[in-house]
Write a protein that binds this ligand. Structure first.
Ligand code: GUN
Length: 289
């Protein structure tokens, strides 16, 4: 069994990105919007700030009190949309219950949507490859690529159908020529389907949900879950039970999580490059007139 080291891959990606950023005249600028002080969000944001610092991305936290209204937050986001110095915007989720996360995702300018949650960016995924793909699905595909795990012709079984992981990773796996099955809470005979997976991707948010008898011998297992049990982080896969049976598996922590952050940094660099190209085009057109 191989334990796939997402943290090491993320470090390599940061070094690669730092070299890219070094060459850029206008350094990428990321705004991380936080509403209130959700404890898990604080930890995630710290991780994102540290990664940005390593890459040379200028990242700031725009922290609004939990009392801000949805309309006020939308106004703030529109200001960031208008600001040509800002290349990437993310709104850290979850938001307080009074917010409509879908409406917030729609507000962010799609070229600055480095989370890849804007409906237009998600829609693009249906049709062809796009730059700004959601970070966790993109991180899973990138992890497979760097581990030389080909998806071509393989049966990829996904457990979980969320808008930010299950559905987009299904589309990315299809683009990589996999045969894809998406399972969810209403799936009958789940175990019979997970046992067919060459590559099993699990994103259900239930600690130790996948056990050894649910996986095929020599499968690849990608665990997206992050669950806190008695102060300890565990995945959706019962790691110690499953690891003996499979060819490779991602640990929690240190597997998919660091790749999500690495893809956020990648998307920010891509968004900044795209926007500087647009600016160059606008300037050239202006000079012609
Ligand atoms: N909260 C948990 N995961 C994510 C993510 O990928 N992006 C944002 N914005 N918030 C999150």
């Amino acid at each position: 069994m191989k334990r796939i080291d997402g943290k090491a891959h993320a470090q390599t990606i940061y070094q690669e990105l730092a070299q890219e950023v070094e060459k850029m005249v206008h350094k990428p600028h990321l705004v991380i919007v936080q509403v209130g002080n959700h404890p898990a969000s604080e930890a995630y944001i710290r991780g994102k700030m540290a990664a940005a610092n390593q890459v040379g991305i200028h990242a700031v936290i725009a922290n609004f009190p939990g009392t801000i209204t949805q309309e006020q937050l939308i106004n703030e986001l529109e200001c960031f949309n208008q600001d040509s110095n800002v290349h990437g915007i993310i709104v850290q989720l979850p938001l307080p219950d009074t917010f409509d996360e879908h409406r917030i995702a729609q507000t962010i300018a799609r070229e600055k949507d480095v989370d890849g949650f804007h409906p237009a960016n998600l829609g693009e995924l249906l049709i062809h490859e796009t730059d700004l793909e959601p970070c966790t699905p993109k991180g899973i595909i990138e992890l497979c690529r760097r581990e030389q795990i080909s998806l071509q012709g393989k049966h990829v079984v996904i457990v979980g159908r969320s808008n930010i992981v299950g559905k987009p990773v299904a589309l990315l796996a299809l683009q990589a020529n996999a045969t894809v099955t998406v399972c969810h809470s209403q799936t009958q005979n789940l175990s019979a389907l997970t046992q067919l997976a060459d590559i099993l991707i699990v994103a259900v948010g239930r600690a130790n949900f996948i056990t050894a008898e649910m996986v095929k011998t020599d499968a690849i297992v990608i665990d997206v879950g992050i669950n806190r049990i008695a102060g300890k982080l565990v995945g959706d896969v019962d790691f110690h039970d499953v690891e003996k049976k499979v060819r490779a598996i991602t640990p929690v922590p240190g597997g998919v999580g660091p790749m999500t952050v690495a893809m956020l940094m990648t998307n920010t660099v891509v968004a900044a490059k795209n926007q500087s190209k647009e600016n160059a085009f606008l300037c050239a057109n202006h000079q012609k007139k």
